[in-house]
Structure formats: structure tokens, C-alpha cells
Design a protein around this ligand. Structure first.
Ligand code: DMJ
Length: 630
């Protein structure tokens, strides 16, 4: 009707000429633009943002506390990765109710939770990214309620036998000595150089990456030893000085086992929210390393930009079995605390890739391409490059409250292949694990491989019934072999051989050093818990005396260059794993079994205790809570 031609009205319609119509439309569109734009210049644009932006982005409480904000602009060499990082760091939508419930949960456990600042509460809510986040939140009180026993035992694990207690006290004194010297000469650095009395940054955590490795690695050891003043100093450093926004390169594996593991166990032991918020912040920063065609992460990551790459020394840009295979325990707990499934998805995908790929003789080679998902070399080792992958299979099963059947199957399958292909008996009757290079055996065992005594021991009980005793015997034999390598200083070499007439002896000059490693003592600790054979405590005490005699210097503990000479030369390094592992395992060896009972705790590969996840108990408790509140 409007456009019907009326007499006396121009053909352009509405009685307006074309030029007039154009002017009118121009005016109209200018007016609309002006009004719309003006809204953005109003003093309070919050209401408008609510209309145009998602709820998540407008929640003021989701802003990170000041100390966690990036102090400088993050730049990335690869724009694409940087965008992905941004997506991953978007904050979750947390319901008001869920938050209230969580805070109430926090109040209910005042005995182990210090008052929290508003900033901490905000950061808790800000840690998980959108994807996979669920509405319920982690309750520390519920977690505690699902432990079978108190973490620190009846009396902090104090043994009733006075001689054992004296030994335990000695280990505690060693820890205090190592810590005090670190604090005095290297505070905030990664590790102490005890001879030159300074600190070093080291390259395993990155050229200008994370700091304070000895502090993070010590938190739980100080806590279980009751060194509370020292623990509080460490906690304060985490609170005020742990900078997770460094733009340097870092090893995904080392950051995971030391920092993520250390912060997680500090949180689970103490309930201090600062550890939780820090670990969740750090966890997010590790995710870009998984952006590869297969989802197998690369070894090195820049925590600031999120770019990642493979180690220069790893053949054909491959990833290392012991590195990408040693994330599972920590990532499952990151999901537990954040309620964000992304962490578990990442490590489950690694498993999927490993399950799909063909394994030579059932063995897992050490190098895998993150691009093609194929093995790059056929070198198999229970020591360096392979070790903790196997450890994490059995520990994943144990930590899942024995529900992770996939991990169980993979572990016993791998162990069977190891027994068939690598386990050997020396002419002198020592059992050892050789290395395998495309079918050819290298009759060498690294100090690192000595953790396997403990590993096979803790897995013995869940093997096939007819194999259980056999596994326990095998564990004892391997531990015995490793003890045999500890001579004449009573400390062991980096690698020992069984060929050329040698029996658990380093035949090469550059295998003779000892860098305060824990693996042999770790196996003593597990074998003691499993058998209560007093020889393990005696062997542990031998190691304490040897450490005191050869490694203690005026300002800390140092590794030595040659375990076969009694006049030792020091390497001037107090490794952070000496504080987290060696001294902790010794302390546990001389403690009652109720200090960190194995029914409730598994130790990550850096000896940080992580609790068994009792899903059914946690769910029951959640249901009970709901029923009560009705
Ligand atoms: C530790 O950092 C861990 O135990 C890791 O799994 C292997 N090496 C050192 C200790 O020797």
C-alpha cells in the first residue's frame, strides 16, 4: 500500500525526492550511532557490559589478586599458542551457592586452616578454566574425612624403640642443617652450593624460569618433621615471593614433580589455601605444552608465553617417556582441586596414545614423537629416561583407590615384558635390570633404576595371586643389588655394570659420582614398610653415616665425584631432591608406619605425598551433606 502510486505524488514515494530521502537516512543513521556510542561513555558502563558480555567475564570477584596478576605484558613468539593460553586462563563461572558452601567447609576445619585473605578466596574461584569446570567445589574437610588414618599418625610417627628414635632425630638434624645453610646462603635461589656458599639457579627449571626449588621441595619434609619455624618461613616465601609469571623456559617434568607435587602435598597436609591457589595457577600454565598433534606434551615450556618445544638433545624432536609419563598423579589432583576435568583429560590422552601404539616385545621405548605418535628409537630403560613412567602406572592404580584398572593392566603388562627382556642374574648371583637397545642388552644399571625395588614391592600385593611372593622376592633382590653397589664409601655410583668382570661396580670413570640421590634409600623405606626386615633400617643407617662422613661440609651437604675414593672431592651442589626425597625417606624409614600410611598416601616421584582419591567416599559425604542441609 505504501508504495502504491498516488496522483500528485512523486515516483520516489512518501512525497520525498531521492536526494531528500538520502539526507534523511543519513541523519537517522548518524543519530543511532551517536546514541549507541554515547552509552559506552557513561561513567558506569557496568550495566551495559552486563547486557553485551557474558556473565563470567563480568563477575568482579573473579579478578586475580594483585600479586597474581601478570606484572608485565606477556609476549609470545607464536601468536597462535598465545591465544590458546589466553583462552585457557579464562575464569570459570562459579555459582554463588557453591562458593558459600566451600567457604563454610573452610570454616569447619579451623584446626588446620589459617584465616584466609579475601584475595586468596578470590584466587581460588579464579583458577579453573571454563572448559570442564563443574559446579561443585573441593572440600578439604570432606577429603580429610575420607582418609583412613590421621596423616601424621598417633604421635607423628615417633618410634617406641629409643635407638630408632635417636636415628630419626639425627635425620631431622641433617634436614635442619641442610635447610639452615640453604636459607643463609641461597635463599630464594633453586639450590645451595655448599662449598662456595652461594646459590644457583640451575638450568633444569629454566634459564630465567622458576626459583626457590629447594623451598617448594622442602615444605612437606619440614612439616612432617615438625620443623615448624622453618616450614613457616617456607610458606611465607611461597605467599610473598613465588613468582609464577617468569618468562623463562622450564622443564615440564621438573616443574610438575617438584613444584606441582610439592605445592599439592603441602596443601593436602596443611589445608593452607595459599598452596592450593598457587598450584592451580601453575597448573594452568602447563597446559599449552600439550598443544601438539598427538597431545603428547613437549619437554620444555615457557611459562610466560605458553610456547613449548622439545629438548635439543632428544632425538628428532621427540618427547621422553619418563617425562610425559610422569604427570598422571599430579594432574589427577589438579582436577580434584579445580574440579576441571581438563587435567585428567590431558593425561588420559597420553595413555590412549601409548595403548594404541605397538610395543616392541611389550616394552616401552624412551623416545616418542609428539607429532606422529611413533617411537623414535628403541632404547628401553628402567633407569633414566624411562623410570618414573613405570612408577606412575602402579601409583596411579593405588592412588585411584585401586579403581584405575587400565593403569593396573599397563603396569603388570610392562613388568612382565621387563622381566622377560631386561631382568638378569649376574655370575655372582645378583639380580639386576639391564638396558635394552633394539634387542641388544647393555648390562648396566643406573642409580636411578634402584627405585624399582620399592616400586615392585608396593605393586606386589595387587599382582596375580601366584605372582605376589615372586614380586616381593624380586623387589628384595633388586634392593639387595643396589645395596651391594654402595661400597666402599657406602655411597653408590651413578651407574654400575655387570660385564667386564664387574659385579654392581662402576667401571667407567664418569659413572663414579654420587649426587645425593634417593633411589636406593627409597627402596629401603618401602621394603621396610612391606617386610619389617631390620636389615633395611641398618642399611639406611649406613647411608646416614656415609652422608655425614663424606657429603657433609661446613655449610650443607654436597655430592661427591668418586664413591670409590675415601678422600672425597665435592661437587659443590646440594640438590633439592636431597631435601625432598633422600632425607624424607630416611626419616620415614626410622618412623612408625603410621606417619603417612601407605593406605592413604602415594609418593610422587619427588617423594611428595599425595592422597588416595576415594571417589565413593567423597560422593557419599557429598550426599550426606545434602541430606543434612535439607
Ligand atoms: C628426582 O628428581 C626424581 O626422583 C626423579 O624421578 C628422578 N631423579 C631425581 C632424583 O635422583
Amino acid at each position: 500500500m505504501v508504495f502504491r502510486k498516488l496522483p500528485g505524488v512523486s515516483a520516489s514515494g512518501m512525497g520525498l525526492r531521492l536526494s531528500q530521502k538520502f539526507m534523511f537516512l543519513l541523519f537517522l543513521s548518524g543519530l543511532v550511532t551517536l546514541c549507541f556510542g554515547a552509552l559506552f561513555f557513561l561513567p558506569d558502563s557496568v550495566r551495559l557490559k552486563r547486557i553485551f558480555l557474558s556473565k563470567t567475564e563480568t563477575q568482579p570477584h573473579l579478578k586475580k589478586p594483585r600479586d597474581q596478576e601478570h606484572p608485565r605484558g606477556m609476549t609470545s613468539a607464536k601468536g597462535e599458542t598465545s591465544t590458546k593460553l589466553k583462552t585457557l586462563t579464562r575464569k570459570p563461572s562459579v555459582s554463588h551457592e557453591a562458593t558459600e558452601e566451600r567457604l563454610a567447609g573452610g570454616k569447619a576445619q579451623e584446626d588446620f586452616t589459617l584465616p584466609r585473605s579475601k584475595a586468596e578466596s578470590a584466587s581460588e574461584r579464579a583458577t579453573a578454566s571454563d572448559r570442564g569446570a563443574t559446579s561443585d567445589t573441593f572440600s578439604y574437610a570432606k577429603f580429610k574425612g575420607c582418609l583412613l588414618k590421621p596423616p601424621l599418625g598417633r604421635d607423628n610417627g615417633k618410634p617406641s624403640d629409643p635407638r630408632t628414635d635417636e636415628r630419626r632425630e639425627k635425620v631431622k638434624e641433617m634436614m635442619k642443617f641442610a635447610w639452615d645453610n640453604y636459607k643463609r646462603y641461597a635463599w630464594g635461589k633453586n639450590e645451595l652450593r655448599p662449598v662456595t656458599r652461594n646459590g644457583h639457579i640451575g638450568n633444569m627449571f629454566g634459564k630465567c624460569g622458576l626459583r626457590g626449588a629447594s623451598i617448594i621441595d622442602s615444605l612437606d619434609t619440614l612439616y612432617i618433621m615438625g620443623l615448624m619455624e622453618e616450614y613457616n618461613d617456607a610458606k611465607e616465601w611461597v605467599q610473598n615471593s613465588l613468582d609464577l609469571n617468569s618468562n623463562g623456559e622450564a622443564s615440564l617434568f621438573e616443574v610438575n614433580i617438584r613444584y606441582v607435587g610439592g605445592l599439592l602435598s603441602a596443601y593436602y597436609l596443611t589445608g593452607e589455601e595459599v598452596f592450593k591457589s598457587k598450584v592451580l595457577e601453575l597448573g594452568e600454565k602447563l597446559l599449552p605444552a600439550f598443544n601438539t598433534p598427538t597431545g603428547i606434551p613437549r619437554g620444555v615450556i615457557n611459562l610466560g608465553s605458553g610456547t613449548s618445544w622439545s629438548w635439543g638433545w632428544a632425538s628428532a624432536g621427540s618427547s621422553i617417556l619418563a617425562e610425559f609419563g610422569t604427570l598422571h598423579l599430579e594432574f589427577v589432583h589438579l582436577t580434584e582441586l579445580s574440579r576441571n576435568s581438563i587435567y585428567t583429560e590431558k593425561v588420559m590422552n597420553i595413555r590412549k596414545v601409548l595403548n594404541k601404539i605397538e610395543k616392541p616385545h611389550g616394552l616401552y621405548p624412551n623416545f616418542l614423537s609428539p607429532v606422529s605418535g611413533n617411537w623414535v628409537q628403541h632404547h628401553v630403560s628402567i633407569g633414566g629416561l624411562g623410570d618414573s613412567f613405570y612408577e606412575y602406572l602402579i601409583k596411579s592404580y593405588l592412588m585411584s583407590d585401586k579403581t584405575d584398572d587400565d593403569a593396573k593392566k599397563m603396569y603388570y603388562g610392562a613388568l612382565e615384558a621387563i622381566e622377560a627382556n631386561l631382568v638378569q642374574k649376574s655370575p655372582g648371583g645378583l639380580t639386576y635390570m639391564a638396558e635394552w637397545r633394539g634387542g641388544i642388552l647393555d648390562h648396566k644399571m643406573g642409580h636411578l633404576a634402584c627405585f624399582s625395588g620399592g616400586m615392585i614391592g608396593i605393586g606386589a600385593d595387587d599382582g596375580a595371586p601366584e605372582k605376589r611372593q615372586h614380586y616381593l622376592d624380586l623387589a628384595a633382590e633388586i634392593t639387595h643389588t643396589c645395596h651391594e653397589s654402595y661400597t666402599p664409601t657406602k655411597l653408590g655410583p651413578e651407574a654400575f655394570r655387570f660385564d667386564g668382570g664387574g659385579e654392581a661396580t662402576a667401571t667407567r670413570l664418569n659413572d663414579r659420582y654420587y649426587i645425593l640421590r634417593p633411589e636406593v634409600i627409597e627402596s629401603y623405606m618401602y621394603m621396610w614398610r612391606l617386610t619389617h626386615d631390620p636389615k633395611y633400617r641398618e642399611w639406611g643407617w649406613e647411608a646416614v653415616e656415609a652422608l655425614e662422613q663424606h657429603c657433609r661440609v661446613e655449610s650443607g651437604f654436597s655430592g661427591i665425584r668418586d664413591v670409590y675414593t675415601m678422600t672425597v672431592s665435592h661437587d659443590n651442589m646440594q640438590q633439592s631432591f636431597f631435601l625432598s626425597e633422600t632425607l624424607k625417606y630416611l626419616y620415614l624409614l626410622f618412623s612408625d608406619d603410621d606417619l603417612l600410611p601407605l593406605e592413604d598416601w602415594v609418593f610422587n616421584t619427588e617423594a611428595h605425598p599425595l592422597p588416595v582419591v576415594r571417589k565413593s567416599c567423597l560422593q557419599d559425604k557429598a550426599t550426606q551433606d545434602k541430606t543434612v542441609s535439607k
